[in-house]
Design a protein around this ligand. Structure first.
Ligand SMILES: C[S@@+](CC[C@H](N)C(=O)[O-])C[C@H]1O[C@@H](n2cnc3c(N)ncnc32)[C@H](O)[C@@H]1O
Length: 159
């Protein structure tokens, strides 16, 4: 089966190279960007402004190929790909929880961007604590990982 999606918009960010881009919104120091939703979807933004945070699902379009074992940004030993948030994946979908600073027309101002400029947007969902936040999580290898990196290095660079 083949699955095809059309982007519903595009992410505008200050980051043009993977290297140096924040590795997650929580480490992005509030980096500002915007999300341009294509006009045909603008009506779907109604009622979103009441939410402080939104989930952006994106196609990490500059990601090519993948390895099933990767050394994540926050570790020094190989881990199973699906136990990481590495950008090179069989389906390179990025999930980022960003702060919603405002909406004007079809453009969302957001803070905490970890996507490259021009990243195609697949979907937007409101972040809802009751649905998305757990009180008793375990964090696997991250509980002992010691790296404190905030931005990407070149480890997932394309060849
Ligand atoms: C570790 S991934 C995490 C993305 C998302 N927050 C997630 O958890 O799915 C973030 C890194 O992916 C890379 N990246 C961001 N946008 C990309 C794009 N459009 N194509 C390829 N790589 C991208 C950058 O190096 C960035 O630091």
């Amino acid at each position: 089966m083949r699955v095809e999606y059309e982007p519903i918009g595009i992410v505008h960010s200050p980051f043009v190279e993977a290297e140096g881009t924040p590795i997650q919104p929580s480490r992005a120091d509030g980096a500002q960007g915007s999300v341009e939703v294509f006009p045909e979807y603008e009506a779907g933004l109604e009622d979103l402004e009441g939410f402080s945070h939104i989930i952006l699902l994106c196609h990490l379009h500059r990601s090519k190929g993948y390895s099933l074992k990767v050394i994540p940004f926050l570790d020094t030993v190989p881990r199973g790909l699906f136990a990481t948030r590495a950008p090179r994946r069989p389906n390179p979908i990025g999930l980022s929880v960003v702060r919603l600073a405002g909406i004007i027309g079809n453009v969302l101002s957001v803070e905490g961007i970890d996507m490259l400029d021009g990243t195609p947007l697949l979907d937007i969902k409101p972040y809802i604590g009751e649905f998305d936040c757990r009180t008793d999580p375990r964090f696997g290898w991250l509980e002992v990982a010691r790296e404190r990196r905030r931005v990407a290095d070149g480890r997932f660079k394309q060849t």
